[in-house]
Design a protein around this ligand. Structure first.
Ligand code: NAD
Length: 291
């Protein structure tokens, strides 16, 4: 069994980005610049944004974090996005989700200039992905593709089961795996909360991507011998014995599933780190397109 270690794969991707950034700066140009907007003080969102900012610094990017109050009006957030759209020195814009109830996530996503849409959530980016055109790929599926590449996981002709159909993970993942790409060309089954025979489908899968947000949902009796398992899930589960009072759990019961697999991602230390790598790659891409 190969442990698909996100630390190793993301470090390799980041080193490449860092080298390219050093060359850009050495040639007298400014560094790529990511602007992140964080609304409110959600614990998980704070952690994700802090990690994104830290990773930008590590590869030599500039980053700006704009914090807005949890009761901010939608119009104020949209105006902040417009200012960033117009700022020639900002290459990538991300608004950390989820957003408070008074704000329409769809309006926010659509307010971001598609040429700066490094999260790849804009309908224009999603449409291009469906048509196989160059675009910003949402960071998590992109990171998974980078991981498959790093560990040389064969996908051609395989049956992949993607559990979850969100616009952020499941749906774009299913499109990428079915596309005519080096790490695509799978036959893809996409499952969701209304899929009645999930276990039967999973047992046919050479590759399972679990992205449903239910801790340890995928059990050993759902997995075929030798399958490749990609665990996207991140759920904070209360645990009084843990320092922070919670533990991070994936969507796969790692201990019972891993002995049956040919390769599996750990949680934490797997897909989460690759998501950051995908975001950094998108930001560099935005810089290169816009400059
Ligand atoms: P979401 O809630 O938007 O979507 C969940 C999907 O799972 C839905 O499409 C739903 O139909 C499906 N689902 C729910 N219960 C199901 C069931 N019993 N059987 C089959 N399908 C079921 O979630 P999301 O934003 O796609 O995130 C999924 C998980 O991935 C969450 O734990 C999230 O925290 C995590 N996540 C991790 C990263 C990362 O970087 N590792 C990035 C994004 C999301």
């Amino acid at each position: 069994m190969i442990l698909l270690d996100g630390k190793i794969a993301s470090a390799a991707v980041k080193t490449g980005i860092q080298e390219q950034t050093q060359q850009i700066i050495a040639s007298g140009k400014r560094a790529p610049h990511l602007a992140a907007i964080l609304v409110g003080t959600n614990g998980a969102s704070e952690t994700y944004v802090a990690s994104k900012v830290k990773n930008c610094e590590e590869v030599g990017f500039r980053s700006t974090l704009i914090r807005l109050d949890s009761n901010v009006e939608e119009a104020v957030l949209l105006q902040a996005i417009r200012s960033l759209n117009e700022d020639a020195e900002v290459d990538g814009i991300l608004v950390q989700l989820p957003l408070p109830k008074q704000i329409s996530e769809q309006k926010v996503i659509e307010a971001i200039d598609p040429s700066k849409d490094v999260d790849g959530f804009h309908p224009s980016s999603a449409g291009k992905l469906v048509q196989g055109l160059p675009t910003f790929i949402p960071a998590t599926p992109y990171g998974i593709m980078l991981m498959l590449e790093h560990f040389d996981i064969e996908t051609k002709g395989k049956h992949a089961v993607v559990i979850g159909r969100s616009n952020i993970v499941g749906r774009p993942m299913s499109i990428l795996l079915s596309s005519n790409l080096k790490r695509g060309n799978c036959t893809v089954t996409i499952c969701h909360s209304q899929t009645p025979n999930l276990q039967e489908l999973c047992l046919q899968a050479d590759i399972i991507v679990a992205a449903l947000g239910r801790p340890e949902f995928v059990k050993a009796d759902m997995v075929k011998e030798g399958a490749v398992i990609i665990d996207v899930g991140i759920t904070r589960v209360d645990d009084a014995t843990a320092k922070k009072g919670f533990r991070i759990k994936g969507d796969v019961a790692f201990n019972e599933v891993s002995p049956k697999t040919s390769a599996i991602t750990p949680v934490p230390g797997g897909v989460g780190l690759m998501t950051i790598a995908g975001l950094l790659k998108n930001t560099l891409q935005a810089y290169l397109i816009n400059n």
